[in-house]
Design a binder for this molecule. Structure first.
Ligand code: TZP
Ligand code: MG
Length: 213
């Protein structure tokens, strides 16, 4: 799928262990119906599925995303992304290098996590399609998350790398969307604000509305 920066607007990230015991497929279905613009399959951490179970869940989610023409991005697991012919991969600083990924499949969307201006500049040099910058705010979802960089951090990265598509991450909920946009991000990536919402579909609709303001 061709990448467009508008796909970063409301970017939902989820694994089966982010759902508070609810069915992840049900939550994704609601989120898609509400209008998420991108989805990242992030099956990692405690109680995460592995092997065939992980692959099966990924396939089901990919199919759902395809029916909405929403990009399906795989976190970390390049082999799975290639096997499934996913639209893209998202890698952290300790994962496979962008250059290596491009050798495997040159048309993949490649997202790179950055927690500082230096990492963002490096990701741009490496040829990332977009960068995920944060954590902006404190989050309980990622146990090893770095110190929050705040809106100031987002503004600093935007100033240093003005043209790379950039999505903010970490502790983002509906009330933070305006300020994050004003700080220069092209969108928000969100786990718990959607996956643990009482009505994920309504939450996504509200986020889309807030994003357009
Ligand atoms: N990377 C930095 S913070 C974070 C990740 C994966 C977790 C974001 O989760 P939430 O629930 O949206 O704060
Ligand atoms: Mg990673």
């Amino acid at each position: 799928m061709k990448f467009d920066v508008s796909q970063l607007a409301v970017y939902f990230i989820m694994g089966s262990n982010n759902c508070g015991g609810e069915d992840p497929l049900e939550i994704l279905s609601e989120a898609l119906a509400g209008g998420i613009t991108c989805f990242q399959f992030r099956e990692k951490g405690m109680y995460a599925k592995t092997g065939e179970e992980k692959e099966e869940l990924a396939r089901q989610m990919q199919e759902m995303c395809q029916s909405y023409q929403v990009p399906f991005i795989v976190n970390d697991d390049i082999d799975l992304a290639i096997k499934l012919n996913a639209d893209g991969v998202h890698v952290g600083q300790d994962d496979q290098a962008v250059e290596e990924i491009k050798k495997l499949r040159s048309d993949l969307i490649i997202g790179v996590s950055a927690t500082s201006v230096e990492e963002a500049v490096q990701a741009v040099d490496d040829g990332a399609t977009y960068i995920g910058v944060g954590p902006v705010f404190a989050t309980a979802t990622k146990s090893d998350a770095k110190t929050p960089i705040g809106l100031y951090g987002i503004r600093s990265v935007r100033a240093a790398v003005p043209s790379i598509p950039m999505v903010a991450i970490g502790g983002i909920d509906l009330s933070k969307i305006r300020s994050i946009r004003q700080a220069g991000a092209d969108g928000v990536s969100v786990i718990s604000a959607i996956s643990l919402a009482r009505k994920p579909r309504v939450m996504v609709e509200s986020m889309r509305r807030e994003y357009r303001k």
